[in-house]
Design a protein. Structure first.
Length: 235
């Protein structure tokens, strides 16, 4: 981890904002700053299966939690109805909008279950996006996958579930590179979740980068993660 940071079961994350818009960078310096990440000590996405085992196992404070993951489906309406979150917006998205977004092809939602009792403990929605960078009168689009929505059931927070899901998503995005180009993972973090994502080597957009916010993003912080071997600094 960057700077020797270690994540514990007390680390906070576990939610981001709603799906967003296309991001836009306005300085050539941005492309260099993204490329320079390759010289840092990044969060490793090793090719070894040992990076993250399946099913996902988490050593929580009082027991080990084993997570299974399944695509969004109405056959899990009972578990969805039981899902609890103090964030009304994210709760509404799961119970209503997620299905509309899925059917329209705007997002893909994965649900994470506690295998012990088949209880829905978290969900995550992703979408295709891009980072637009302008430099020397040339526009470059950096293809990315956006973590549009991430929410952990309030009864399961502070157990390391959010961290495990982020690792899972990064690993899945890395697999996409075998069939389609992708260089970044982006998200819009709630203010209280920024430190969590920084420990996972996400970075805030540079001050020279311009981003178009949807209304739901007004209180959120745009962040990005550079996938290994994304040589964004090379032309």
């Amino acid at each position: 981890m960057t700077g020797g940071k270690l994540l514990t079961s007390q680390d906070i994350c576990e939610m981001t904002a709603m799906p967003g818009e296309l991001t836009e960078c306005t300085r050539s310096q941005s492309i260099a700053s993204l490329g320079n990440l390759q010289n840092s000590d990044p969060f490793h996405l090793a090719g070894s299966p040992s990076f993250l085992s399946f099913p996902i196992r988490i050593d929580a404070l009082n027991r080990s939690i084993v997570l299974s993951f399944k695509p969004l489906s109405r056959k899990y309406e009972k578990q969805i109805a039981d899902f609890q979150s103090a964030n009304i917006q994210l709760l509404h998205f799961l119970k209503t909008d997620a299905f509309d977004y899925e059917e329209a092809g705007n997002t893909s939602t994965t649900m994470f279950f506690d295998k012990k009792d088949n209880k829905l403990v978290a969900y995550c929605s992703t979408k295709c996006s891009a980072l637009k960078i302008r430099g020397d009168k040339i526009f470059s689009l950096c293809p990315s996958v956006e973590i549009a929505v991430l929410c952990v059931d309030d009864r399961y927070r502070y157990m390391g579930i959010g961290q495990a899901i982020i690792k899972h998503i990064l690993q899945e995005v890395y697999k996409i590179r075998k069939i389609a180009g992708v260089q970044l993972v982006t998200l819009f973090a709630l203010e209280e979740a920024v430190e969590f994502y920084e420990k996972l080597d996400f970075r805030k957009l540079e001050k020279d980068m311009k981003i178009f916010f949807a209304p739901v993003h007004k209180k959120c912080v745009p962040m990005y993660f550079t996938l290994p071997h994304s040589h964004l600094g090379k032309r």
